[in-house]
Design a protein around this ligand. Structure first.
Ligand SMILES: [Zn+2]
Length: 69
């Protein structure tokens, strides 16, 4: 596991025995994740879903209008 200390920016493969930073003793350690994983985690914005549904509805309405006229 990779560790990154937010207090002193230590970056190493392992934390100390107690789980603290081996360089400065801070417990403010994070496990950095790949960028792709973070993007997957964030849910799509609500306005995007509204626009998506709205445009699909408009699209289907246009098709129906075209078919019925
Ligand atoms: Zn540190």
């Amino acid at each position: 596991m990779d560790y990154f200390c937010k207090a002193c920016s230590y970056h190493g493969k392992a934390s100390a025995a107690g789980g603290e930073c081996p360089a400065c003793g801070s417990f403010d350690l994070v496990v950095p994740r790949p960028a792709g994983e973070q993007a997957e985690e964030s849910a799509p914005a609500r306005w995007r879903m509204v626009v998506l549904v709205g445009l699909w509805g408009y699209f289907l309405l246009l098709i129906l209008w075209k078919l019925l006229s």
